[in-house]
Design a protein. Structure first.
Length: 406
C-alpha cells in the first residue's frame, strides 16, 4: 500500500498542549508505517506559542499551518476563520497530495466539508473527540435549549453522516453519535481509539528511584502514598470527593500521604484549606512533564474520580493510562467512558461517591492493595501496555485509516 497523507484539522485555544503531548507521538509512530500527518490549526494563540509548536512538529516531519481566529469579536472572528479555512484546507489538499482529511471535533469538520465537495475522491475521518458540546452544557454553563447548542449539535450530526469513518474514545459514544446521525448511519463506520502514552516514559521506576522520590517528600518507605495528577481539581474533576476519600484512608492509616501534581497550585491549596486536620500530609507540586512518571511510580494509588455527567460517557481520561503504565492501580468512577476496563486486579470503580462508598474504597485500598503492592504494580503495568501504550493507540488509528483507504 502506498503512503497515506492525512490533513489533521483542529480548533484550539492558546493553552492547548494536547497536540504535542498526545497526538505528536501517535503521528511519529504512524509515520514509520507509511502514514504522514500534516496539521492545520485554527487558533488564537500568540506568535511565540505558534512558533514553538511549529518547531516541534516540523522537527518530527509534521507540517504545520495556522489559521488565526480573531478574538476581538468572538462570533464574527470564528465565522471569518471558518470561511478562510474553506480556502486554506482546499489549497492544502492539493499542495500536500492529501488522501484523508481528519477534522478533530465539530467546527473543523464543518470547515472541511466544503473542501470535500471540491475533492470528491477524498475520505473524511471525523474525530468526534467525545461529546464536547454536551460537556459545555454539563460543566460550562451552556443551556441545552440555546440556539448555539442546537446549531452545534446539528453540525455534529451532519459531520457524522458525511464522514466515511468516525473516531470515538468509548464504545458508549458510538450509540449516542449514531443515534444523532440518524437511521442511515452505519455502526460499521465507527472506530474506538485510545489516548496512548509513551510506555518508555511512563513506566514503573526501580525501587531505588521510588524511595528517592519519597525521601524528597519526607515520606516513609512503607507509608501509603495516594496521587492525583491533572490540570484542575474542579469542574468535571471531583476534587472534594478525592480529598474525602483520602480522609477515609487517613482514618485507617494515619501515616498516609497525598501527592497532588497540578499546574493550578492555588486552586489545590484553596481546596485543601477545608481539611486542616491532614494538610501537612498533602504535597502540592508542579513538576516538568518528563518527571511526572517518577512521582507516579513512587505512589500506591492513582485517583481518577470524575463527575458522571452525560458527556463523560464519551471520554477517555488520559491520567488513567499514565497511572497504569507506571504500575499504579486506579480508583475510578463508573459511567466515565469505558471504565469497565478497570478490573479488580488493577483498581476499583466506584458507583457512587457518598461517604459510605468512599469509606469502602479506602478499606479496599488499605486491606487489598497495600499488602499486595507488587502484584497490583505488575497487573497495572500489563493492562497499561495492552490498552494505553503508544503502540496500541497508534494501531487503533492505523486500522481506522487503512480501512478507510483500502
Amino acid at each position: 500500500m502506498s503512503d497515506i497523507n492525512v490533513l489533521f484539522v483542529t480548533w484550539d485555544g492558546p493553552k492547548s498542549s494536547y497536540l504535542e503531548s498526545l497526538f505528536l507521538p501517535i503521528f511519529r509512530h504512524l509515520k514509520s508505517k507509511g502514514i504522514n500527518f500534516h496539521v492545520m490549526q485554527f487558533t488564537w494563540a500568540g506568535k511565540s506559542e505558534r512558533n514553538s509548536l511549529h518547531d516541534v512538529l516540523e522537527a518530527s516531519g509534521v507540517t504545520y499551518q495556522v489559521i488565526p481566529i480573531w478574538r476581538w469579536q468572538i462570533s464574527l472572528g470564528s465565522l471569518a476563520a471558518l470561511f478562510l479555512g474553506f480556502y486554506k484546507i482546499d489549497k492544502a489538499i492539493r499542495r500536500l497530495n492529501i488522501n484523508v482529511v481528519m477534522p478533530r471535533s465539530t467546527l473543523p469538520a464543518i470547515a472541511s466539508l466544503y473542501a470535500l465537495k471540491k475533492n470528491i475522491d477524498l475520505r473524511l475521518l471525523f474525530d468526534a473527540d467525545g461529546l464536547p458540546h454536551d460537556e459545555r452544557v454539563d460543566f460550562g454553563g451552556m443551556s441545552s435549549d440555546s440556539f448555539v447548542y442546537r446549531l452545534l449539535r446539528d453540525f455534529e450530526a451532519l459531520a457524522v453522516r458525511r464522514a466515511d469513518a468516525v473516531l470515538t474514545r468509548s464504545k458508549k459514544a458510538i450509540d449516542i453519535l449514531a443515534a444523532r446521525g440518524g437511521s442511515g448511519v452505519s455502526l460499521g463506520k465507527f472506530h474506538v481509539v485510545t489516548n496512548g502514552r509513551d510506555q518508555d516514559l511512563f513506566k514503573p521506576f526501580p525501587l531505588s528511584c521510588r524511595l528517592a522520590i519519597r525521601r524528597t517528600l519526607e515520606i516513609q518507605n512503607d507509608a501509603p502514598l495516594v496521587v492525583y495528577v491533572g490540570s484542575s481539581m474542579h469542574g468535571k474533576y471531583c476534587g472534594l470527593e478525592m480529598l474525602d476519600f483520602f480522609k477515609c484512608v487517613r482514618a485507617r492509616r494515619g501515616d498516609a500521604h497525598l501527592l497532588i501534581l497540578s499546574s493550578d497550585l492555588e486552586e489545590a491549596c484553596i481546596l485543601l484549606s477545608r481539611y486542616a486536620s491532614f494538610r501537612k500530609s498533602c504535597h502540592i507540586m508542579h513538576v516538568e512533564p518528563d518527571r511526572v512518571a517518577e512521582y507516579l511510580s513512587a505512589s500506591d494509588l492513582g485517583l481518577a474520580l470524575i463527575h458522571p455527567a452525560f458527556s463523560m460517557q464519551a471520554v477517555a481520561a488520559i491520567k488513567m493510562g499514565e497511572y497504569l503504565l507506571c504500575g499504579v492501580p486506579v480508583l475510578a468512577t463508573a459511567g466515565i467512558g469505558d471504565s469497565d476496563v478497570i478490573s479488580a486486579d488493577v483498581g476499583m470503580v466506584v458507583q457512587r461517591m457518598d461517604a459510605a462508598a468512599l469509606m469502602a474504597a479506602a478499606d479496599w485500598f488499605v486491606d487489598s492493595v497495600l499488602p499486595h503492592r507488587e502484584r497490583f504494580r505488575a497487573n497495572s503495568r500489563a493492562l497499561g501496555l495492552a490498552r494505553f501504550a503508544i503502540g496500541a493507540s497508534a494501531a487503533s488509528y492505523r486500522d481506522a485509516l487503512r480501512d478507510l483507504v483500502r
